[in-house]
Design a binder for this molecule. Structure first.
Ligand SMILES: Nc1ncnc2c1ncn2[C@@H]1O[C@H](COP(=O)(O)OP(=O)(O)OP(=O)(O)O)[C@@H](O)[C@H]1O
Ligand SMILES: [Mg+2]
Length: 256
């Protein structure tokens, strides 16, 4: 039976979709059978993030409204045999979809998969509650920026009213170069503020926003391993900037 895990944040643009997509890809590459579900019905972009936008026949709302079966709405990813994308490409943003309706579709899929990763919309209104209500576990994504951490804190408080099995944290867009010169909070400092266990750290890298979906950054592989094993070994974003050559990289990065 699949673990149903929502990726949420409160603040927009911190990397929920990126983390959900690459995490799903890395889980799939490790042999786990994964559904990546786009629960951001208004500003859905999981299809584009995973590069399957031209392969979509049916989507989540088609499955909810009975135009297809849950399994027919899945797009098998051409590069990851175990990854299935449940898009919401066709969904009209004004359409009302209840949490229960999504839950029914995911419950139909759960017995045949190991993981269902749910991409949550930004904000804490209806779309947020709808996405959270379908999950058993949550990953809260934040960046080291104070505004993102504040929103993550609010979300973590809200999540306490859902009976989730676990809530963990991913620090995205970590800047190891700035942590070393104390111009950015470190993941450990963010954990201390949010009092939530750290599941992973993803650095801010061109290879993530400009990279190919088929070559995930090693930090996502570590995140997938942490999720599977429960042993939380996280990526060290400062390592690349330590030592003599690291110092040069730090100077070059600051110049960008
Ligand atoms: N670790 C990273 N390094 C560099 N760029 C990143 C990283 N993570 C995400 N991005 C970029 O940041 C932007 C926002 O990411 P993404 O769409 O995943 O955020 P989101 O939280 O899902 O946004 P929304 O709230 O609008 O749904 C994208 O351009 C993405 O490529
Ligand atoms: Mg998103």
């Amino acid at each position: 039976m699949a673990r149903k895990i929502v990726v949420t944040s409160g603040k927009g643009g911190v990397g929920k979709t990126t983390v959900a997509a690459y995490l799903s890809a890395c889980l799939a590459r490790k042999g786990e059978r994964v559904v990546l579900c786009d629960a951001d019905l208004g500003l859905n972009n999981v299809d584009v993030a995973t590069g399957v936008e031209n392969l979509v026949t049916y989507d989540l709302v088609d499955a909810i409204e009975g135009r297809c079966r849950a399994k027919q709405a899945l797009v098998r990813h051409p590069d990851y045999v175990n990854l299935y994308v449940l898009t919401s490409s066709h969904s009209a943003p004004e359409r009302y979809v209840s949490p229960q309706a999504i839950k029914v579709v995911l419950e139909a899929l759960a017995p045949q998969f190991d993981y269902i990763i749910i991409d949550c919309p930004a904000g804490i209104d209806e779309g947020f509650h709808r996405a959270i209500a379908t999950a058993d576990e949550a990953i809260v994504v934040t960046t080291p920026q104070v505004s993102a951490i504040r929103d993550a804190d609010k979300v973590i408080t809200l999540l306490k009213s859902y009976r989730l099995k676990s809530v963990s944290l991913v620090v995205n867009k970590a800047r190891g170069d700035l942590v070393l010169v104390k111009e950015s909070l470190s993941p450990e400092e963010i954990v201390a503020l949010l009092k939530t266990p750290l599941l992973g750290v993803i650095p801010e890298e061109y290879t993530i926003y400009g990279g190919a979906f088929t070559s995930p950054h090693p930090a996502f592989k570590m995140l997938a391993t942490s999720l599977i094993t429960g042993k939380k070994k996280v990526y060290d974003a400062t390592r690349k900037y330590s030592g003599f050559f690291g110092g040069l990289r730090r100077i070059l990065k600051r110049g960008l």
